[in-house]
Design a protein. Sequence first.
Length: 572
Amino acid sequence: MGAILSQRGNDNRLHPVAYMSKSFSSAEANYDTHDKELLAIIKALEEWRIFLEATDKPIQVFTDHRNLEYWMQARTFNQRHARWRIFLSNFNFEIHYCPGKQSGKPDALSRRSDYVDLPMEPEVMLPSEVFANTSEAELEIVTEIQDKLKDDPSLEPIIQFLTEDADNAPPSICKAYRDYDWEEDLLWYQGKLVVPDLETLKERLLREFHNSPLAGHPGQQRTLELLSCNYWWPGIKSSAKEWVKCCPTCQANCRAHAPVIALKPLEVPPFLFHTISYNFIMGFPKSSRHNTILVVIDSFSKFGHFIPTTKKVTAKGLADLFTTHVWKLHGLPVKTILDQGTTFTGKFLRALYQQLGIKPSFSLAYHPELDSQMERVNQFIEFYLRSYIAANHSDWATWLPLAEYAYNNAKHAATGKMPFELIYGRNPVMNLSNVPANVPEADTVADTLAREWKEAEAALRMSKEQMARNQGTVLEYSIDKRVWLDGRGVGLRTNSNKLDPKQLGPFKVIKKISSHAYRLELLESLKIHDMFYVGLLSRSHESPSQPFPEQPPPETIEGEEEYEVKQIIDSK
């Protein structure tokens, strides 16, 4: 409440003498509007009682509450009003109504600007720049879908049924469209947003959930899983399959034929981070003073940590890395499976293991098949980094956190679950979108985790018992078709063979020498023989929406060619 005491001067104008501003008590705050307005007058008279009591001339009281003009004439009143009447009897005053627009002075005392209840403006906690491959266009994709829905003639009868004819439609139509819903001017199918039959929209979504660094160029099944979490259209499975099959980056960075290795499966751990596998991936160029990756994997959930380090890290430095990145989050493992390198088997770590109660389980050196899961993770990391690093391979360390995110956000073939989901009981938020997220209730998270852990354990045991032993087949390639060439047979001059593309090309097949050999039309700069074993070749899948990039041929150790320098990326 606020009030101003004014006195008329010789100029016949009112001049302020004193000011009053007070807050209502908790009880007074419950008064109705009439009593609050009257209380303000009483508080003002109490404040300036020495000036106003028993005056000869009446005090002029101005208020923006008209009903107070007649309050003194009321014949019925409660106990509070009776007390106030006794107090007011000591003053000679008159109450006059003054519209609220003309009561700006007392309002300035009772309505402070910092107390005004203004609508909250959204605050940006993390700017979009910190998210890889985030743009305004991606954030507006739901709005674009909304605008294009009614332009798709195939969706017109469904939308008409849901918005106009749902109550009068025959049972056959109701049954056909029972999985569709119309909410917020959007069409939904089984809780997923329906994308209209527009190739530009589909390609945009496919790029976001396959090509973006947050996705990490996953395979066909994982791309479909990421895409179908929120979106759906007829034939979405074939669209995802075709998109991944024709992706130039995936074709260049994946070998078509993996070697057949007799794998030794690991024992199934009883709980999360009971057993940990870790090793070094070496051979990287320097990036932020790092040239090696320490990989740590939980054998139960398959959750991974990818830690940049150096090739010459000491045993103490390695222990510090584990403390910083692993132990503080997951506690101490009961069993470890690791490389038998000098760093891992050093006296310092042996003493540390004994002190902490950890039992190392050393694998034989140079036999990665004894820990097959680490080999597959290593292949994923190298593939991911090859897909996004700069031409000089100097920025791979900056992409490593995103590689870890993409790995933990993809379903693992052994468990059928995302590692992130097994650890935290939910899927992470992948992209900024207006599509509502399906967040489980808090009291069901524990039950969900327990159930998923049992399912993961059962899947691990089944995977262990049914590990495939594929023998491979000999593929046949047609003349004039383009194929990929395995890069292992070509000596390339680059900063790091570790991050080079796995396949070169694609090149045209010009002759079939035998069932196991073909001649290819190569670039003259390669300066190598043009006949290759069939095991080094793989089919090229092309699509107009994903053309192969135009780029100069790679340099070779022999027969180097010169190119015009466009930009100096780094110097030393």
